[in-house]
Write a protein that binds this ligand. Sequence first.
Ligand code: ARG
Length: 463
Amino acid sequence: MADQSSNQMWGGRFAAGPDAIMEAINASIGFDKRMAAQDIAGSRAHAAMLGATGILDPKDVEAIREGLLTVLSEIEGGTFGFSTALEDIHMNVEARLKEIIGEPAGRLHTGRSRNDQVATDFKLWVRDQLDAAETGLLALMKALVAQAEAGADWVMPGFTHLQTAQPVTWGHHMMAYVEMFARDLSRVRDARARMNESPLGAAALAGTGFAIDRHMTAEALGFDRPAANSLDAVSDRDFALELLGTASICAMHLSRFAEELVIWSSAQFRFVVLSDRFSTGSSIMPQKKNPDAAELIRAKVGRIFGAQTALMMVMKGLPLAYSKDMQEDKEQVFDAADNWMLALAAMEGMVRDMTANREALEAAAGAGFSTATDLADWLVRELGLPFRDAHHITGSLVAKAEAKGCDLPDLSLDDMQSVHDGITQAVYDVLGVHNSVASRISYGGTAPVRVREQAARWKEILG
Ligand code: ARG
């Protein structure tokens, strides 16, 4: 007979209970209680199937069903007493079920194992997060499209190397992020579709001799089908890694945008004013308004990408099928998903609330000889010069303007003609920033007409 202190779930062959340190390293209840709702949903589907297939008596199935609902309401109501000795959410729920309904509780685990159970619970949890990420991304994209529509023809400097390159429109810059988040959204949907196979009924690793119906449980839990290989089903954590990979790329996008907002909201740039709702003050410098939310979003990619690296390292080299190493999957994913959702929501709020400083954007747009390419293109178009020659002539004109301490449109026609005598008054038309952006009408270009088309297209898609 097993020692009283040995485990009631698997204590049959044990003479003694675990050392306190063993219990501490082994237990996952401290974090996997977050999957309680998924665990109970999985158990309810499994029990209903055991009834439908005649494996369990309908009376037992009904007792299990009611008992599980009671357990769920205890957990939701905060009255459930979680026990570390019971290791994880699966055994905590089952032990409480036994207290409530007695003997039938012991029949619930027929034809399944904690290995397929945890894979199922975790998949359901990850799937919910992908759905939440989809909602968050769509809201953020809508906020960006609204900004783009409002400022489709506002000019600002476009940068390469963070040096002034060519004028672009505010709307164009906002729509660039819409494209990035659209790719994130497509990765979220892709991952969701690929992960949607049910591990339940794979049992420990080899399947089961009971005549279970895995199609039935898969359908009840909203999966497209049961996973086709029981070994794979219990040892797969690709779905968690795909969430982390998708979240990492998305967090990297959020981080780039956050960095721009930090720069743009500085006194030196003044491109945007962030709302008070998404800024903080300084305890010592009364004038300060800090872009803390943007800075934190910029940083979140660190822990999210860290979680992906961590889980890759956990999974690397693990033999089939389940190993306890895999219990290390959840905290990483929970933390990454929480912070991903928070970053998405904070970014959406900031974008919705921020005000672009149209005058400052326009003033900066013309600085740094930003229309030099327009000048070179004009020389090609109007004087028939090869682009390389036009590039050289324009370079000389920029040097001239720099020496005089003025911008390109401030050079006199005489100055222009001293570098190339074919230049006429008409060149001044292309040196203005508004003309510059209006001329970039190629598909995907920064011209307001193209930006409005893209904003309208996305508005239609986003609804
Ligand atoms: N708490 C475990 C985990 O999170 C559940 C599965 C335990 N399975 C086992 N064979 N010990 O992975």
